[in-house]
Each structure stands twice: as C-alpha cells, then as structure tokens.
Design a protein around this ligand. Structure first.
Ligand SMILES: CC(C)(COP(=O)(O)OP(=O)(O)OC[C@H]1O[C@@H](n2cnc3c(N)ncnc32)[C@H](O)[C@@H]1OP(=O)(O)O)[C@@H](O)C(=O)NCCC(=O)NCCS
Length: 371
C-alpha cells in the first residue's frame, strides 16, 4: 500500500487544518497515512518557526491567524483560535514544564500506535487544541482525548512514559530534520515534500498519479453482488436506474469492476440488446486516475466482440463532467430528450430536482459511439 508520511505539531493551527483536509481528500483512496507528530525541544525555542530556525514577526503571526480563519471558513472546518496573549501565557507554562512543547500528546499518540485507534486519537488531540481551545500539553486534556478515543488513559499514559516511546518521538523529530521539512504540516510522498495546508491538492494529485498505473479491470462476479448493490444505492440514490423510460436493476446486469491495490474502485454495468450495447451505470470511486476510461474501453471491446454496431448511454443535462468525459472518450451527442426526467421521476421518485452544481435536473442526453 502507498504511504504518505505526515509531520505535525498539535498546537499548530496549520497542521490541524492540513490534517483535516488531507484525511478528507484521501478518504476512499487506498493509501496509508503514517502520522508523525513531533514536539518542539526547548533548546530550539517555543514557536513552530523557532523549530526550523526561523523568526516570526508580529505581522507574520497576525497574518497566520487571519489566514487560518479564512481557510477554516472556506472549507467548513471548525476552529477556535486562541485569544491574543493566551499563547504567551501558555508558553510560560511550557518553558517550566518537564516536557518539551507538545511532547506529552505526541508520546500519547506513539503509545497508541497498533491499537487501531491512533487516527482517532490524533483527531481528538487536534480537536482539543483547535475546537475546544484547550492546552494539549496539560495531562488532563491528553487524558480526555485518550478517553474520547476509546482508549484507557491510565494505561496509555503509563506506556507513553516508556523509553521506547520517547525513542519513537526522537526518531520522528530526526526524520523531520533529515527530510528537510520547512515546517508543519509537511507531507512526504514518493520522496517529495509538500509543505503547508494549501498543498493538500498536490499530495492528492501525486498519490493519484502513483495509483493510475495500477488500475485493472475484471468482469463482475457473484462475489461482487453485495458491493454492486451498495455502490448503486449510494451513488444512484436507489437500487434502480431509469433511462429512456425503462427501469434497470444494475445489480442484476453484467458489468466490469475496476481494482486498485486489491480494492474495488470502479463499476460499470451494461446490457446488450439488438446489436446495441447500453452502458447503464459508470462510477469511478476515485476520479481522475483513468478508471472511467479503462471501464469504457473494456465494455467497448466487449461490445465489438459481440458484433454490436453502437455503444450508447444516457447522461443528464447537469452532468457536465460526464459530458466532457464521454466526448473525450469518442462519444458524440446523439439526441437531447427534453424534460425526460419528469417521466423518469414517475418511475423513480428519488431522482432529485436539482443536480450537480445546482443545475436543474431536467433532460436526458443520449450519447453514442459507432463501433
Ligand atoms: C464520469 C466518470 C465516470 C469519469 O471517470 P474517471 O475515472 O474520473 O475518468 P478518467 O480518470 O478516465 O478521466 C477523467 C480525466 O482524468 C484524466 N486522467 C486519467 N488518468 C490520469 C492520470 N494518470 N494522470 C492525470 N490525469 C489522468 C483523464 O485524462 C481525464 O482528463 P480530461 O477530462 O482532461 O481528459 C466519473 O467522474 C464519475 O464516476 N462520475 C460520477 C458518476 C457519473 O456521473 N457517472 C456517469 C453518469 S452518466
């Protein structure tokens, strides 16, 4: 499985925002995230900028607050920034503590690795710092985060004190330096560094490019039955699909499954009738890595082999991505069936009135490719 290494510090709002966005963006994509929370040794200073040998001017600090707030609003992420002066008060505390800054929560995280709840704890620690606005260097706060993750605070904190855990944290800090990370969050993928909450798209693109070569297509088999039903229900809003006034049950149709790294990531269903092949559904569960193209190629080859003279499908007026995709795959517009969705809704009432991008869902667009 591919792996993204993620360096973070729990009291960095940029690391928090980046962690939320990366988790969101990689959902459903077969890639592992290796989380490496680090701490700031007092010998280096007390701010994230100190850690990497920089200096943060008051203007830069004020700008970071403004930018984090803007970023959180833009992506709908809850954040509560510390009131002015609170950081300085906490910093005094951190200076006097026997731990380095963010050492305790990072130790708790490494102590949890292998429990299966490490990602939940990571999120809980960030949540404590940036939603609840608490100081995650306080033991009570770490305890609460551990408990909310379904782990035992006493046992985990005892483990967090072990030398092996301290060693893991030091290794992560050394690796952060060795990898030349300019700050947090930094993600490492395929030997490349991606620094900053605004680089999530670039990480995702790199991951997708790495996955693209590994897409394989195979026919749907009986063992896929439950999965096909689940995909169709989730993506088409019901177990049935309506096209040109006919009801189809995709889970009873032949089809193809796209697989990446042993994970099913795409589905196409079709039926052949009168020397014509109609694609009934096509879904890429990871977009933009060639799954849709590979599925269409496979069904086109099958239709040719069966002597079909055309392959066709119905899409809808608001599905601009699909319209672009099919045309780039060699399909042409064959007909526009205006207001056809009104009749389809009689057969499938769950068809919404408004579709993608807020466009009214109204017409069927018939697309075809001569074979
Ligand atoms: C429409 C849909 C099936 C397309 O599937 P897809 O897997 O994203 O399609 P592909 O990856 O083959 O192609 C999409 C784009 O990714 C690009 N792409 C594919 N592999 C790539 C790679 N390795 N690197 C970079 N770009 C790549 C393709 O060139 C294409 O770009 P273009 O539009 O600029 O030509 C998909 O968007 C989807 O599931 N949509 C929701 C369901 C839906 O609407 N179904 C159709 C109903 S009629």
């Amino acid at each position: 499985m591919l792996k993204v290494i993620s360096y973070s510090i729990y009291h960095s709002p940029n690391a928090y925002l980046g962690a939320v966005l990366l988790d969101r963006a990689l959902q459903g994509i077969p890639v592992a995230i290796e989380r490496r929370p680090i701490c700031i040794p007092k010998t280096r200073g007390i701010k994230v900028a100190d850690l990497v040998g920089g200096r943060e001017t008051p203007a830069q600090s004020a700008y970071h607050r403004e930018d984090c707030r803007r970023w959180a609003t833009r992506y709908g992420i809850e954040i509560n920034l510390l009131p002015p002066g609170a950081f300085e008060q906490r910093a005094e505390h951190w200076r006097r503590s026997s731990y380095e800054r963010e050492e305790l929560p990072a130790r708790a995280y490494y102590a949890s690795v292998g429990s299966g709840k490490e990602a939940t704890l990571d999120r809980a620690l960030f949540h404590a710092a940036w939603v609840s606005g608490r100081d995650v260097n306080e033991e009570a706060v770490v305890r609460d985060a551990i408990a909310s993750s379904g782990l035992d605070p006493d046992r985990l904190l005892a483990r967090a004190q072990q030398e092996v855990v301290g060693q893991k944290l030091r290794e992560s800090l050394n690796a952060f330096d060795r990898d030349g990370c300019p700050g947090v969050p930094t993600w490492i993928f395929d030997g490349q560094r991606f620094w900053g909450k605004d680089r999530v798209d670039a990480v995702v693109l790199a991951v997708k490019q790495a996955l693209a070569g590994g897409v394989t297509i195979r026919p749907v088999t009986d063992s896929d039955c439950e999965w096909v039903s689940a995909v169709v229900r989730e993506r088409w809003g019901a177990p049935i699909v309506v096209s040109r006034g006919a009801i189809h049950h995709p889970d009873q149709l032949p089809g193809f499954v796209a697989v990446v790294d042993d994970k099913r990531v795409g589905l196409l269903t079709f039926h052949v009738n009168d020397n014509e092949c109609e694609v009934i559904t096509i879904d890429a569960l990871i977009e933009g890595i060639g799954i849709g193209g590979a599925l269409l190629q496979q069904v086109t080859a099958l239709a040719r082999a069966r002597g079909c003279r055309r392959i066709w499908l119905i899409t809808t007026n608001e599905n601009t991505r699909a319209l672009r995709f099919y045309q780039k795959q060699g399909f042409v517009l064959a007909a526009i069936h205006r207001h056809a969705l009104a009749a389809s809704r009689q057969l499938k009432p769950s068809i919404p009135r408004v579709g993608r991008d807020g466009i009214p869902l109204r017409d069927e667009i018939e697309m075809e490719r001569d074979l």
